[in-house]
Ligand binder design. Structure first.
Ligand SMILES: *[C@@H]1O[C@H](CO)[C@@H](O)[C@H](O)[C@H]1NC(C)=O
Length: 406
């Protein structure tokens, strides 16, 4: 009997130790990390947990039943996650780069939210995505911005798209009658970007909408404004970049030169160029084929002037795509900086500590109880034996007294 109890307890402890995982630091209180599921369901969260970026050991992220209002840039980026559940929030917007580079992701559950438009740039490099659950959203099926869903449905293997149009009918039925996008459209995401001169780098983002199931090379050219090439910023030696299959956006870094002169804020232009090679659907230029980069001067009037000093170590390649596989990274991008090793101060899930301790205490209590039980029984036996012996002796004594008196 007791061995059975020990065995069960031991198995419980082992099961718990195997199945429980530490939630990474930055995880909100109340989240559960177990069996490769990161579960922050039903906690009234208004923002994405900051620990999402370090979920390298989880298959499922469950953020259902919260108060999230959007999926911000890079919220889900480079994670080996297979399923993301955002059901029953108040999400009205998937921002560009919201779901980004999730190679193993097969399913996104966005049921019961407020989405009417799903911008294609929010879904970048999701090569395995086959399930998009949209029931309970007021999806505007007549909006062109949703037309890309049709190409996704056609391209993805046995894709599942659920949900109804805000008007009438199901989304997939409505997509049947929608014209497929006929071209890939390249554009900067914004008409204007700005960067501090001291930051050493300005980041611009090229997006591709419409047809994204192809691999397309494109170029980026810089031209002088008030800011002058090789004095305020560095011209790219190799301005070519590649949009991979399924890629909807790409960040590009342009190196800035930090001089000590006090200047007005200066700007220069960046332009997208698509090689005309006569291939179908290579791409056309969209709204912002050219963007303006404003360099915000950081030099105060009291500073002494000196010759311009480049803070950038390598002016060779000045537009550098982040994570672009075809270009060996020759300079440090902001991505690299973000990925620098974090101090390893993991906050540990309280339950992961408390439960094993409680179980170990239970084992000790069971063993102690058993030993105590064994000892009391022996003492009792001895006591009983002792009493009986005393009684026999007494009887003998009484007998002896009686005989003596007699
Ligand atoms: C997350 O936790 C909730 C509440 O405990 C539960 O209903 C849900 O099934 C869990 N999600 C997953 C994916 O296990």
């Amino acid at each position: 009997m007791r061995w059975f109890i020990y065995l069960v307890t031991l198995l419980l402890v082992i099961f718990h130790l195997v199945s429980s995982q530490e939630c990474p630091s930055g995880t909100p209180d109340g989240c559960r990390c177990q069996n490769r599921v990161f579960n922050c369901s039903g906690l009234g969260l208004n923002n994405m947990p900051t620990s999402l970026s370090s979920l390298s050991n989880f298959d499922v992220i469950d953020l259902s039943n919260n108060d999230l209002v959007n999926v911000p840039l890079g919220a889900f980026q480079n994670l080996p996650v297979q399923r993301i559940i955002l059901k029953n929030n108040a999400i009205t917007e998937i921002r560009p780069g919201g779901f980004d580079n999730l190679n193993l992701l097969t399913s996104i559950n966005l049921e019961m939210n407020g989405l009417s438009i799903l911008e294609q740039t929010g879904f970048n490099l999701l090569t395995s995505l086959t399930e998009l659950l949209l029931a309970g959203n007021p999806v505007d099926c007549s909006n062109d911005a949703n037309a890309w869903l049709k190409s996704w449905m056609v391209t993805a293997d046995s894709s599942v798209l659920t949900g109804d149009c805000s008007s009438t009918g199901t989304i997939s039925d409505a997509l049947d009658s929608v014209a497929e996008p006929s071209a890939a459209v390249f554009s900067f995401e914004k008409a204007e970007y700005s960067a501090l001169e001291s930051a050493g780098v300005a980041t611009v983002t090229v997006s591709r909408r419409g047809i994204v199931g192809t691999r397309v090379d494109f170029g980026v050219m810089v031209s002088d404004g008030v800011a002058v090439v090789n004095y305020d910023f560095v011209a790219p030696v190799d301005p070519r970049h590649t949009m991979l299959t399924g890629q909807t956006r790409m960040d590009l870094d342009i190196l800035l030169i930090d001089d000590a002169e006090m200047e007005i804020d200066e700007s220069f232009m960046v332009t997208i160029a698509i090689e005309a090679r006569g291939e179908a659907n290579m791409g056309t230029i969209g709204t912002y084929g050219t963007t303006i980069v404003i360099i915000l001067d950081n030099d105060s009037p009291v500073q002494t002037t000196s010759s311009p000093v480049a803070t950038t170590s390598n002016p060779e390649s000045s537009t550098q795509a982040k994570g672009e596989p075809t270009d060996p990274g020759m300079m440090m991008t902001t991505d690299d900086l973000n990925q620098s090793p974090q101090p390893n101060t993991k906050s540990v899930n309280v339950a992961a500590i408390v439960i094993p301790i409680v179980l170990i205490m239970v084992i000790i209590a069971v063993i102690a109880g058993y030993i105590w039980y064994r000892r009391t029984r022996t003492i009792n036996k001895e006591t009983t034996a002792g009493v009986r012996y005393a009684a026999v002796q007494n009887r003998g004594k009484v007998y002896a007294d009686v005989t003596a008196k007699a």
